[in-house]
Write a protein that binds this ligand. Structure first.
Ligand code: GLU
Length: 444
């Protein structure tokens, strides 16, 4: 049996019931096959792949907090410190009822390669909790965040592990967590990114994932002799990534006609109104059912179905496995020619294969959504030098990083004779730097 297949089998056996983690490992290791085969003897002897798929450290902890009725609630918190070969662990905190160790490990594993692709010195980590901020009062969210950080603060620090936002963790949650970290540890340091501007945050961090997605998409289309301007786009999700992806798509001359949330999706033939979306999602923290009240021309549809809209480009920006093979078939039948992932692993393995086989330009999340974490690394730099850069400076660095990622993944695919296979290109480009650093640092 090949080394890659052996390690995939080992991961499944050692970590049963972690299906998302299996999926992420399979995707990465399958595309590393060519590189692994060329170095098989050394990699095997060093157990390089076994070390790569085993987190350096992982924490699981109790998070008790009191709700507004005086009832004690108990959630489960996680932090997985996956790989620190190229820098301190870096990655977000997901607050969502679906969170379990398998989800956090899939995200942490992806993060290793994504962070490497940014070209910045950040290792891979991820954390979160099965707490649902939806429908909670500010006081409840604060109580939860303080309890969560009371435990988490033992394992993190500006030079060791720097968490940030992810689904369910936005500016409000980061603020409460930062306050509690400072209170317990007594140090004012850049231990979290995505902070507010008045206490060490970076301009353009809020916009970075969505903007970065569009910078990469535009460049990738250019490489393929196509243009973004004038195209119709489907965006899924309506959180931070979706909002700023929509805004940047419009700035670059494309038209986004859909957004979605966990209950349904909106089709706006005139183009999604970003101000309305922000009002509903960021100010009111309400459902998309309200969108029609502001934009009478728009349609609201219950349930799944965002990928049935006829578009040129699809940008899944909601969550993992939201685009399956049936959706992929519909997109292709409707003439969609590019799918770029704003979320982490939103496309199933089968759907990815179908899209690639049908000539769709496909950019994996670890490249396409790396703008968020890249800008987090820029926030870390600013915190270290105790300075803050202008919006233009951060935004232009972000743009440079995304264009670089795009060319690095495209070139890596070409080097291995698989031009246009950006999944393979992104995985290999990310892996090369990590292997080099791991080899240099000995068996650790
Ligand atoms: N949660 C984001 C990601 O998946 C951002 C992480 C960060 O800024 O550290 O990459």
């Amino acid at each position: 049996m090949s080394y890659v297949d052996e390690v995939i089998e080992l991961v499944v056996k050692k970590n049963p019931a972690e299906s998302e983690f299996h999926q992420a490992v399979k995707e990465v290791l399958e595309s590393l096959r060519v590189v692994v085969e060329a170095n098989e003897e050394k990699f095997r002897k060093d157990a390089l792949l076994e070390r790569l798929v085993e987190p350096e450290r992982q924490f699981k902890f109790r998070v008790p907090w009191v709700d507004d009725k005086g009832q004690v609630q108990v959630n489960t918190g996680y932090r997985v410190q996956f790989n620190s070969a190229i820098g301190p662990y870096k990655g977000g905190l997901r607050l969502h009822p679906s969170v379990n160790i398998g989800i956090i490990k899939f995200l942490g594993f992806e993060q290793i390669f994504k962070n490497s692709l940014t070209g910045l010195p950040i290792g891979g980590g991820k954390g979160g909790c099965d707490f649902d901020p939806k429908g909670k009062s500010d006081r409840e969210v604060m109580a939860f965040c303080q309890s969560f950080m009371t435990e988490l603060c033992k394992y993190i620090g500006a030079d060791t592990d720097v968490p940030a936002g992810d689904i369910g963790t936005g500016a409000r949650e980061i603020g409460y967590m930062f306050g509690q970290y400072k209170r317990i540890r007594g140090v004012y340091e850049g231990v979290l990114t995505g902070k507010g501007l008045s206490y060490g945050g970076s301009l353009a961090r809020t916009e970075a994932t969505g903007y970065g997605l569009l910078y990469l998409t535009e460049e990738l289309l250019k490489i393929n002799g196509k243009e973004l301007a004038g195209k119709t786009v489907a965006v899924s999700g309506s959180g931070n990534v979706a909002i700023y992806a929509t805004q940047k798509a419009h700035q670059l001359g494309a038209k986004v006609v859909t957004v979605s949330d966990s209950t349904g999706w909106v089709y706006d033939p005139d183009g999604i109104d970003v101000d309305v979306l922000k009002e509903i999602k960021e100010v009111k923290r309400a459902r998309l059912t309200e969108y029609k009240n502001y934009r009478p021309n728009a349609e609201y549809h219950e349930g799944k179905g965002v990928w049935t809209a006829k578009v040129d480009i699809a940008l899944p920006c909601a969550t993992q496995n939201e685009l399956d093979v049936e959706d992929a078939k519909t997109l292709v039948a409707n003439g969609c020619f590019a799918v770029c992932e704003g979320a982490n692993m939103p496309t199933t393995l089968e759907a990815t294969k179908y899209l690639q086989e049908n000539g769709v330009i496909f950019a994996p999340g670890k490249a396409a959504n790396a703008g968020g974490v890249a800008t987090s690394a820029l926030e870390m730099s600013q915190n270290s030098e105790r300075l803050s850069w202008s919006f233009e400076e951060v935004d232009s660095k972000l743009q440079g990083i995304m264009v670089n990622i795009c060319h690095n993944m495209s070139d890596a695919a070409k080097r291995y004779g698989q031009e246009g296979n950006y999944v393979l290109g992104a995985n290999i480009a990310g892996f090369e730097k990590i292997v080099d650093a791991m080899n240099a640092q000995g068996i650790v």
